[in-house]
Write a protein that binds this ligand. Structure first.
Ligand code: HEC
Length: 191
């Protein structure tokens, strides 16, 4: 569907964020998920959300909590303010299963680590950070990400080619995110 500008895109923005930061292995996935809270798809996620009311939504409360119940739990980092705001806005807009094919793909701006790290934070860092570096790859830090590009075949993981596993493992990321990362690599991984 075409979405109005400003509409949060559940399929390309919210779902990957939750899959990367909440539904990774050992957390909110599968039969052993804590308290049965599974967050792998829209029907499961929506059970922890009150449409239109972020402050009454368990999902939102848990990511902004400053107490021991914060999600993701320590030692993982809390979500960035931008990602908390994204979830808040999505719920405020009605927590719909939006799937926008016009989601602002900003591939004309100059490539920068700031832009690429937004993609990594939303799609990858849940599994690739200091507190839990799957495959010994970290994408929460500029130097580590450059190492992953130069020595760990990050470019191939975007398509699952050259024998590399497809990343994220649950089906890859959007064409727009791939374009942003590939342009950054092509232009020499600028900081
Ligand atoms: C749900 C968890 C998860 C997410 C999200 C995730 N990864 Fe991974 N990643 C893994 C695991 C597990 C491995 C190591 C196992 C393997 O090789 O399949 C891995 C391995 C890798 C490797 C090393 C590949 C190799 O051949 O050694 C790279 C590079 C990588 N990931 C990049 C990414 C990027 C880029 C993203 C986001 C676009 C991402 N990952 C998102 C779990 C994840």
């Amino acid at each position: 569907m075409d979405c109005d500008p400003g509409t949060v895109d559940f399929t390309h923005e919210v779902l990957p964020l939750i899959q990367s930061n909440c539904a990774m292995s050992g957390c909110h996935v599968g039969v052993n998920a804590p308290d049965g809270v599974r967050l792998t798809n829209y029907p499961q996620i929506i059970q922890h959300v009150k449409a239109g009311k972020p402050d009454q939504s368990h999902l939102y409360e848990s990511i902004v909590s400053t107490g021991g119940h914060r999600m993701p739990p320590a030692p993982m980092s809390p979500l960035s303010q931008a990602l908390k705001d994204l979830i808040r806005l999505w719920i405020a807009q009605g927590a719909l299963e939006t799937n926008c094919n016009n989601a602002g793909c900003d591939t004309l701006a100059q490539a920068s680590w700031a832009q690429v790290s937004n993609v990594f934070n939303a799609q990858c860092v849940g599994c690739h950070q200091a507190a839990g570096a799957s495959g010994n790859v970290r994408l929460d830090d500029y130097a580590e990400a450059v190492y992953a590009v130069n020595s760990r075949g990050l470019a191939s993981t975007l398509h699952g080619t050259n024998g590399a596993p497809l990343m994220p493992p649950n089906g890859g990321t959007s064409a727009c995110d791939v374009a942003i990362i590939e342009r950054w690599i092509r232009t020499g991984t600028p900081q």
